[in-house]
Design a protein. Sequence first.
Length: 593
Amino acid sequence: MLRFPWSSAAVTAAAAALSACGGGGGGGADGTANPAGTPAPGEVGAPTPAPAPPPSGSNGGSTAPVPAPNPAPTPSTSPAVPVTYPLPNDAQAARFLAQAGFAATPADIATLKAIGYSGWLDLQFLAPRTESRWDRMVRVGLGGESYKYNAWNGLDGTTWCKLIGSPDQLRQRMVLALSDLFIVSTLGINSAWRTMTIVAYADLLEDHAFGTFRQLLEAVALSPAMGQYLSMRGSRKEDAKTGRQPDENFAREVMQLFTIGLVQLQPDGTPVMSGGRPVETYDLTQITELARVFTGWDVDSSNPSGADPGYLRRPMVHLASRFSTGAKSVLGTSIPASADGPTAMRLALDTLCNHPNVGPFIGRQLIQRLVCSHPSPAYVQRVAAVFNDNGQGQRGDLKAVLRAILLDIDARQPSGTAAAGKLREPVQRFVQMARTTGMVSAGDIWAVGDTSNPDTRLGQCPFRGPSVFGFFRPGYVPPNSALAANAITAPEFQLCNETTVAGYLNFMHSLLTNGIGDLKADFTPDLALVGDSRAMVARQALLLAGDGISEATQARIAAALNTINVSTDAGQLNRVKASWMLLLSSPEYQIQK
């Protein structure tokens, strides 16, 4: 049930009309793309209504400048040849910033318009790191021995501090994306120093966000957090007397989720077929062999329950006495009996990272996290080609992959194709709103807390996924929907149902009305336009969605706002907050185009 009592019946009615979801929760799907041969006729979400004509002689009632659209670039026929784009206008800049980061402030838009997409990416890749999560925990007094067995004290505050407050937007967006791919959840961490375990892991993802995939994969594999979550830590060689076998959990997931997926892929991400069925990438024998490779690892500490949690920041170390001896074979690569544990792991990870599936499998999921839910096979193939070779002979260069994803013609072209949209995940919407309205924590507390509750909050919270598959799967298709009829993957819709829609709206209303903890929005720029509802809505719509919210929807919202009396300061604030709320409720906003 929606619980926000706006002061106008028109506003309440408009919110109810705008907040339809159109998706549904339910069962998941595996991580593979849909088969080829099912072209998608439209982008994810409802079609945008035809815009209402603006008043004669005006700019649609808006004071915001609307420059002439730039000419569309011609797509390259070769993935190795970059597309050159003209400098963006306001709407194009805002749209890019929503994909490459979280939000578009007027200052961000001005910078991007001045230096262009590629120049902005250069600045973000060079942006200095802000204080690490670990160091912040120590600084605010939550990393000491008295918090060894705490109930996640400080974890969420440190997470939101980075996502909302850190200026290196692209790096933090990549950390969020990687946390959805290489999942470690609080639900699987039950040892001493639980909070510091997750904090160290989040810092590790940030350490490698702009590095190489191979370095990232090894760091993840040897992380104490991943070692505990997928139970590779402490895995021992087989024992015929007791019947003990090496733990297979990490061996399975490192293939299924982190590198190659369940089925063999073409360079464009579509499955390799044989006899009408996808060809599998591995079988149980491969899992068993790989599990033997990953034996013998444990944390680099003689006393993990002691007073110093520093071992959580160090890679796990190898204990030869626990390692499975004998030759091993991983996906056709022979690992000789003479190879020790670290050598065997390196050979196995090299084999996985050099598998032809990795480029399209990981590339497609990063496209989904940043740009669109159902990327075209051609888009996936172009990104995979850059993953395979960054132009200088290097494989898995994540900076080059990000550049390829964000500068691809399918990312930069106007909306209107299947590769043009995605449902903004709830965390993305919240972080965007907080950044757009200048929310900061005056006391450096960032007391947003856990946002996992679907009834009253977002139904999603970083590092709190319900399973190793996270909150949604990359191959999810909403059942009994137009998306299903057209075989369009839409992962974020796995979170969308009647409960989460109402929970999101109530949470955002509370955020706008009261803030959260000591986080408060700065409505000063909105109040300057409060007497002109159409202009205020146009400004907010631009920052949230570029040109993604139609003139008709903006006019409808402005008409509802005009029923709110602004003769008092309270009335003016009500109009500002109602405007944000109605835009945030709009399906045209919630679908990132």
